[in-house]
Write a protein of this length. Sequence first.
Lengths: 489, 231
Amino acid sequence: MASKRMTANPVKPARYRPGKPVAEEHSSEEDESEEEEQVAETRAAPPPKASSFPSDATRIAGNLKKVDLNERRRQAAAEEAARVEAEKAHLAAEEEGFVTEESEEQEDSDEESGSGSESGSKESSSEDEAPKKLLRPTFIRKDKRKDSITVTDTKNADENWAEEEARRKEKADLMIQEQLEKNAVTQAAGKKDWDDDDIEEVEMVDDTDDLDPETERAAWKLRELKRVKREREVIETAEKEREEIERRRNLSKEEREAEDQEFLELQKEEREGKGKMSYMQKYFHKGAFFQDDAKAEGLDRRDIMGSRIQDDVSNRELLPQYMQIRDMTKLGRKGRTKYKDLKSEDTGRWGTFESKGPRRADGTLDERFMPDREAGGRGASGANTTQVGERRRAPEDAPEGPRGDRPMKAVERRDQSPRRSYSRSRSPPRRRYRSYSRSPPPRRRARSYSYSRSPSPRRDRYLDNPPRRKRSPSPYSHGSDKRRRIDVS
Amino acid sequence: MTHAADARRHFDSRGYTGPQIHNQNPVHLLEKPIRDRIITSYYWQEQCFAINEATLCDRAAAMSFIGGTYGQQKPSPFLCLTMKLLQLMPERDIVLEYLHQTEFKYLTALAAFYIRLTFDSKDIFQTLEPMLADYRKLRRRARDGGYSLTYMDQFVDDLLTKDRVCATSLWKLPQRTILEDLGHLEARDSPLGRELDEIDDQDDDIMANGESRSPTPDGYENGVHHSESEM
């Protein structure tokens, strides 16, 4: 495991470095895993216990049936005969030497006639030069074949076969026995193929009945009594409720109210009797799930308000502001918020909804919220205060417009002269109107004469009252403002 | 019914034309995630394929515990066989036979569970209450895989009173008192009838000698007592 890295990245194959041996760890691991897979496969191979599948025991018996003992017998016999002959020939050769062979040869060559004898003799002669240990296949005529040697061999072979058969049978029996025992054991253990749990016998609860009838019956009686008791309690509580309802109906109204008052008093006491939270105490919700367990242990009515956890700070106010937090685990952490409590973070003022003027609680004025001009300051400000030149008018003897007959003209003419140098402030509505229309102002302002010069109340309404500040109040005073100011009154 | 290797197609309610319970596909009495776990489990696919009421008994005989899911949401054979029963919808006689046979107690438990899911309330009370006298032991497997010992009467009591048993949310059974008021049922006769009477007599004696008790109307006190005296 030295090659296992701490990161979980997939391991890349090792690079080839010339001159260094190639790491062969992977191949060995692969072999191991292959072996494991094979082993696992063989383990998974045993079939399920359903009756439709053939069992292992039957399979073994079937295999045994296939074995043909006769064939085996023949093979065994052939092997044995060869072996025995070899031994005998070996002994004979050692004792008697070549002489016997040559004499045999002569005999054979005399007797043999025709078919294979010459070749046999030739072969035998050619093989004469071969080493002594080689067996020479000597041809024996049919009438001479029934020799004592082979007869005795067959007899031995028979016995051997019998013995071997017996042995094989025993082996087969043993195997079957083992298999059956194994089956029985697995059956007893209840191990199924779909069940891959490894529960030991010890962990399995025993469910055999009638181990101790008296105890079992007694336990059952107890349970039955509990059930009956439970039912009766249900009936009783229902009955009590009904009684209570009846009783309340029978009371008079005052009595009912008196009872309600008592109940409310009780509630109030409870609420006040609860502990008060200490400064910056952490709130722990009681949770929604383990209420039954808590009740079982008698912990459902406890109140942790005001109590101090054992390893908590004893007095949080003595700590520096940075460390006065509810949950000390958040100290120093990146995600910690500096939120303390609602009241300290609130920017409003409790209880008041209307606040005229930018006054703070202690009566100081906040400069940021002061208006730029004194109260009641009207008129122009900023760019509107630049000096305005004379208004361009049509020459005096211009032809009159379409509305020239109107008596208004005289009035206008009268009004014009004293107002010549009137500043623009009077005519902003008209100016504005003019500026919106793209057409160049006509030389003859026929229409314009008919407009009243006095600012109509309608128009005044749309002026900002008080005028909106175009620019936010600058922190710097306007003393450095170099624009020409005209005192407008 | 058609047997399909993958049973998922048959569990959709659309196109279901078989018998219904509470106006839905009976298999829907088990919840969807539980159903999915069951049909993808090895036990269901190997053992519960194409079995009928008779071969189901073989499987039930091989059961060794009751329980819902355990381990990593693995369904117990008990639950798989319940689902098979819901699929098969055997007849009432067969189910009662399962319940009353004495050789295989887990098969009895299975039948009790099936009855609780499928019969109507009056029948449930009438068939399951006799089981409260049976105190054979049962092995119960919890969700963490561990075993515990329980009894048949305890199991039946859970079926009658609890909301969730064996990973299934049981449909709400009306209280026995309501059925008694309606007249469908009589008050329950506990098998401990006589002994209860004795205890009650003792209590009454104590009460008579000791403090006074608030009078309760006759009809509701000791439901057992009342019916006993009637009988």
